[in-house]
Design a protein around this ligand. Structure first.
Ligand code: PXG
Length: 290
């Protein structure tokens, strides 16, 4: 496995970063998870935009231009000969001293790993998944805006520890006002009387690339799509529900906190969107060998 690390391609065993890197010491950094479908990198421009936007908010200077980073992503995929897979792109604050102040970190580090991923078994996509509401609240947007895809994922990890004590596959997270935000590593959608609904990013959700793709595909297909505040009550009584994420793609939800969604099977709009997404993912994206 070849890994991009600060301008070089190195073997996995040589891909090492310093114990003084503030990405490790403080979770100070940003990252992206990106899919490769059919020799194409999916929504690369959108992922790069979110990465650079997050870095800007954190006043972290990404040491190379977007075009150069885009090429590094493609070259990493080529060197690992992956037609389908998953890319992890990380920018850390870089090496500093043991103090927290990023002013002591002169240069950010970038690394890119390309591998394969499968987070849920095939059965989940056919039968649907079980989701539970966790007691850990989503980070408050005024404390740490979840729109920044930062290396500090302890909020999500605390929530995952709760899910691990149950037989559910994902956790639903509420914000401090009690509204539904998203799941731990996936955005949440419900269907209410034929309308597709998802919480706004202002509720404390990540502006997911898959979420935005599904909204576009749904509108193109003629469905009504709405971003609105959601309560658990509305989730419990919805007609359909599904999750979206780069790793999860579109995954149907059939149980939330032991309430069966509709008849307990993936709903027709969910199944239709899964088909549309699969086709779109295979036909679009930046050609790796182009
Ligand atoms: N919400 C959160 C909090 C995320 O971290 C998504 C939604 C989906 O966004 P995209 O852009 O991928 O559609 C994510 C992304 C994993 C894993 O193991 C997933 C993410 C991050 C880290 C690990 O599945 N997710």
């Amino acid at each position: 496995m070849q890994i991009y690390l600060d301008g070089e391609y190195v073997d996995k065993s040589d891909a090492k970063i310093s114990v003084f890197d503030h990405g490790l010491l403080y979770g100070d950094g940003v990252f992206e998870g990106i899919r490769i479908y059919n020799d194409r990198v999916f929504k690369l421009a959108e992922h790069l935009k979110r990465l650079y936007d997050g870095a800007k908010v954190l006043m972290m200077d990404v040491p190379i231009e977007k075009d150069e980073l885009r090429e590094a992503v493609l070259e990493t995929v080529r060197r690992n000969k992956l037609s389908d897979g998953y890319i992890r792109l990380v920018v850390t604050r870089g090496v500093g001293d043991l103090g927290l102040n990023p002013i002591k970190c002169p240069k950010s580090s970038i690394f890119i790993v390309a591998d394969t991923i499968k987070i849920y078994p095939d059965e989940i996509y056919k039968k649907g998944m079980k989701v539970i509401t966790v007691s850990t609240r989503r980070n408050h947007i005024e404390a740490l805006n979840p729109r920044i895809k930062s290396l500090n994922y302890l909020n999500n990890i605390m929530a995952t520890l709760e899910v691990n004590r149950t037989d559910a596959q994902e956790g639903l997270m509420l914000n401090t006002d009690g509204y539904v935000t998203e799941c731990i590593v996936d955005n949440l959608f419900i269907v209410e009387e034929g309308i597709i609904v998802t919480p706004p990013t202002s509720s404390g959700a990540l502006k997911g690339v898959t979420r935005d793709t599904v909204i576009d595909l749904a509108r193109e297909a003629g469905y009504g799509v709405e971003e609105k505040k959601l309560t658990l009550h509305e989730v419990y009584i919805c007609d359909e529900s599904f999750l979206t994420g780069t790793a999860a793609e579109i995954a149907p939800v059939t149980t939330v906190d032991e309430r069966m969604i509709s008849d307990g099977n993936p709903g027709p709009i969910t199944v239709d969107l899964m088909k549309r997404f699969k086709k779109y993912a295979n036909d679009s994206g930046v050609e790796v060998w182009g």
